[in-house]
Design a protein around this ligand. Sequence first.
Ligand code: TXA
Ligand code: MG
Length: 319
Amino acid sequence: MTDVSRAAALLRAGELVAFPTETVYGLGADASNPLAIGKIFAAKGRPADHPLIVHLPDASHLERWAVDIPEAAGKLAAAFWPGPLTLILKRHPSVLDAVTGGQESVGLRVPNHPLALQLLREFDGGVAAPSANRFGRVSPTTAAHVSEELGDSIAMILDGGPCAVGIESTILDLSGGEPRILRLGMLDAAAIGAVLGHIPKFGGEQNAPRVSGSLEAHYAPRTPLQVVAMADLAGTAREAAGAGRRVAVLAAQPLAFSHDNILYCPASADPAQFAHDLYARLRELDAMDCDLILVAAPPAGESWRAVADRLRRAAAGSK
Ligand code: TXA
Ligand code: MG
């Protein structure tokens, strides 16, 4: 039996299987099995009203999970699936409340990773999967990250190597009204706009829908983290180090001076590479037991927007 067949059998038996996607590792369970879904919330320590994304083998499965599917959904699926785009659509009546968090919509995505696609095809159903981290923590981008954090509560981890994209999918709400981006990933608004015919706006209505990725205090390392403008980085680091604090600095360029209390960690100047490395770096920096992580603020501009969003949340979560 191959690993993928074993993983599919475990899903059918109601067990949790962590699997790689191109964005981050997912903590998967049979989306039509309430007991299996319950295990996801227990393992993550996630509030029960936070909806889960259902992962599908291909777009032909959409009708089993959603109703009143707008034409735009088909076009976007054709353009970007498999890929880092989650579509929020009106739920099919058969979708479990535990999956939708009791909302009238459901999040659906076809991930672009060979192992994930093999697993989904062999399982031949929807696999509900949040990022495979404890609630509020940094998403995992390697199998080792998953096993460190959730190893004890998972039946199996499929190892597909480091995730290519590195941050979570872009979430687009097509469940009614104007399309809206609820969470930005590396698939940007311009690319979606090119297919939709207009650039979608950001954000949902006040208080709804519930997108945990939209909470401040999310994606946080344990060490306090600050995002600092390049021009202020050296000064801020020197001041903290001078006060006896151990400081880790994540920036594309090293500081012009060295200090016993300052540890420099190189970051990429390319947004896609920066995103690819981000969560692994945050975990490494966290493990160094510093008192403070300083991250050089990314440049302004659309290509850095998703990364800037994750850094802002990491900073908000570590206050
Ligand atoms: O890249 C990703 O999207 C990864 C991989 C594993 O696919 N998954 C992921 O799942 O990031 P999670 O649960 O960590 O984040 C999914 C976000 C949550 O913030 C959730 O609230 C939101 O999607 N979401 C799911 N269904 C929704 C719905 N019906 N309406 C609004 N937001 C929804
Ligand atoms: Mg998550």
